[in-house]
Design a protein around this ligand. Sequence first.
Ligand code: AMP
Length: 283
Amino acid sequence: MWLVNTIAALREKRRALSGRVALVPTMGALHRGHLSLIDVARTLADHVIVTVFVNPTQFGAHEDLARYPRDLGADVKLCEAAGATGVFAPSVDEMYLPKVPACEVVVPAIAADLEGRCRPGHFDGVCRVVLKFFNICEPDLACFGRKDYQQLVIIQAMVADLHLDVAIAPCPTIREGDGLAMSSRNRFLDDDQRRHAIGLHHALREAESMVHRGEMDPAVVENAMSRIIRAHHMDVEYAALRHPMTLRALDSVDLSMIGSAVALVAGRMGSVRLLDNRVIEPV
Ligand code: AMP
């Protein structure tokens, strides 16, 4: 497996690849969730390129960019063991040329809600860097986790609207034994916080059973999710029940009309921000 840090070197490696190429964009600090994306990518393509890049433009001024976990040596070993063809780990200056004026992607309106409301400008940064990686790596397909549900919806919109020739493969969320969604940020939780972090998963499961029991008022379900998250000593950033494709707010959660719904939650535990979601299908 190769490791390259420059766009020129990546392009040379890319040109030498024949067959289908899958891209797995990550910010590193890889865990089993990321590795499952590589597994899916390997079933869909002949070669897998993993990008490892902590993208500064998707972090707000007061967010955790500086302390985001970085361990390229460990990431490279994990990618190799998982069967990736190569890793692209560029510097910030390689991705954002210091002398070139910024060109932004105009993101859809839904990007201003949920994560975007808590993290203004987040999806501008995400779409900009993902489009750069698509242009640099020219993949046939790219794998994204459902763990970041809103991100997946926005990337799918960008690909469709800008006619990008990349298939998007959504991948299931990988969880710890108790149901906590794996995240690079989980390592910052102390024992007590780790025990309570499961509150997000409990809130989502309760949302599902309320809907299955016939609750049709989204506000009632959202309030119940918030209560559960707070009971686990977390601040609620949002607890929302939305349309699964558009992420628009629902007047009524009638699954016979809308097919399915998605519950999305984000909570803060001390300085650690966690998010999760659950698609609610009819029983
Ligand atoms: P990140 O490194 O957090 O930017 O994530 C890179 C990719 O891995 C994104 O497509 C995420 O949705 C995906 N991902 C992160 N955590 C998980 C997980 N627990 N299960 C599946 N995919 C994940």
